[in-house]
Every structure is written in C-alpha cells, then in structure tokens.
Design a protein around this ligand. Structure first.
Ligand code: ZN
Length: 273
C-alpha cells in the first residue's frame, strides 16, 4: 500500500485564525481530530505542521505549533515559521535547538513579510539550517490576501539565495503558482532546490479546467527537469482538501514510480522523516 507524507498543513484551533474562511469554504471543521482522521483515511502517515496566519497578519506562535504536534502523537512534526527581525530569528533558532530532531524545517513567508529571501536578517537562520541540514520552506507565488507583495514572493528570488548557499535545502511552496516554468528551471538548475504542490486548488468557476491546467504545468515541469525527484506532495490544509490534492497527483502524466516519489519518497529523504 502506498504511503503518503503531507509536507504542508496548517492548524491552530483558534477563532482568530485567518485560514478559517478557507476551512468554511471547503466544509472543513479544521480541528486536530479532523486532520488526523482524514490523514488516516488517505494513508497519510506523517504531516508537517506550519503556523497559519492569524487575523492581523502575525503567524500562530511556534510553541503552539509544537504543542499541536505533541497532541498528534507523532503524526505531525513542526516547521518553525521565522519572521524577519533579529529577535525573531534568534528565538526561532533557539526553539529549534531546544527541540532538536523534533523540528523538521523552517518557513519564511515571502510576500507577506517586509523582507526578501536574501535579506541579511536571515543569515543566522540560513547558517543554522545549513549546519543542521534543515530545509527552509519559502512561500512563493500568489498570496492568500490581496495585499501580498508578489515582487518578493516570485520564485526567481530564490535563485540568488541558492547561488550563494549551495548547501542550503530550499523548498518553494505552491510551485511558485503561476510561475511554474520558473520553478521548473530552479529545481533543474539547483541540486538542493525543491518545490511542493500544496495549496494550488481553489475551486470556483472553471475548477475542472483549472485542475487540468495545473496537472499539465506540473507534469511539464517534471519533463523539463527530467526527473520527479524535486517535487513534494503537500495539501496546505485547510486551503485545499486532501481529496483534491490527491486527485491532482492522480492526474499527473508521469510514471507511477514518479508519483510514489512525489507522494512519499522525496519528503521522506529531504526532511529525514
Ligand atoms: Zn501554507
């Protein structure tokens, strides 16, 4: 039986969670019980849990993410969200040190925060991530709110960082949507750059056509990179339902062995799960 890893999920169980509107739209309760139950139903053996944004824009504090992961009994592992200030970077590294082997990655919210990927404020984070071989996830592409900064969330911003830090494992969230070709080039060019397929499906008019377009874009990126080794499955729960993201993988025109890499093998290797 195919095992699956979800490398991108959110949860807070708070009423001021800014993703509650996506949960409502998708008919989700957006609770730990629901998330774990759904994971079991779809044979998703592990998940990485990321802070959702709260109303007002700040992310859920990282210690709350760790608490939810502890409550999950090992099914969820925390990703530490790092905001662009010396104080927050220091606190994030400290928290990761205190929770070694528990914390699986860091996340930088490009497009939502007033800093670029190459801002010196993140140097200390990147040094630590490189030395501990912890991947750094970057939000790339479209932002969930109309006030997002696309110039900073464009995936090509990560080329400069990957050039400067060849040992840093970089994961581009949401495949840089809609800049799939730019991401295809980045995962082809850089040995340590990956992309996840989370949060791409949003419903609405032309939902069927759009799902077909997405599957074509991702399949073509695999052809361009001549490999599926750099593509990672994630849902972005509650933004996208598990059933929809799994349906997207089924639609990809790639070998079954490559689907297995996307659903499980790549994440297992990259995050050391
Ligand atoms: Zn997300």
């Amino acid at each position: 039986m195919q095992e699956i890893i979800d490398a991108h999920a959110h949860l807070s169980e708070r009423s001021d969670d800014a993703l509650n509107r996506f949960a409502r739209k998708n008919g989700l309760r957006y609770t730990l019980d629901e998330l774990l139950g759904t994971m079991r139903r779809y044979k998703i053996v592990r998940g990485l849990l990321l802070s959702p944004p709260l109303q007002g824009g700040a992310p859920l504090p990282n210690d709350k993410v760790i608490k939810l992961c502890i409550r999950s009994g090992g099914m969820l592992a925390p990703v530490i969200t790092v905001e662009p200030s010396a104080k927050e970077v220091k606190a994030a590294v400290k928290l990761a040190e205190e929770n070694r082997r528990v914390v699986k990655a860091f996340k930088v919210r490009l497009g939502y925060v007033k800093a670029s990927a190459t801002s010196p404020v993140f140097d200390r984070l990147y040094d630590y991530a490189e030395s501990e071989r912890l991947p750094v996830l970057f939000h790339t592409g479209d932002t969930a709110f109309s006030t997002g900064d696309l110039a900073r969330s464009h995936p090509l911003n990560l080329d400069g960082l990957a050039n400067k830090r060849e040992e840093l494992t970089i994961i581009l969230c949401h495949f840089g949507n809609p800049w799939f070709e730019d991401v295809a080039e980045l995962i082809y060019k850089h040995p340590n750059v990956y992309a996840d397929i989370s949060g791409l499906i949003t419903g609405g008019a032309y939902a069927e056509k759009y799902a077909g377009w997405l599957a074509k874009k991702i399949s073509e990126a695999v052809y361009f990179a001549a490999s599926a080794d750099k593509v990672i499955f994630g849902t972005d729960y509650p933004v996208t339902k598990h059933s929809e993201t799994l349906a997207l993988v089924r639609k990809l025109e790639v070998d079954e062995r490559d689907k297995e890499k996307i659903l499980w093998r790549n994440a297992n290797r990259v995050f050391g799960l």
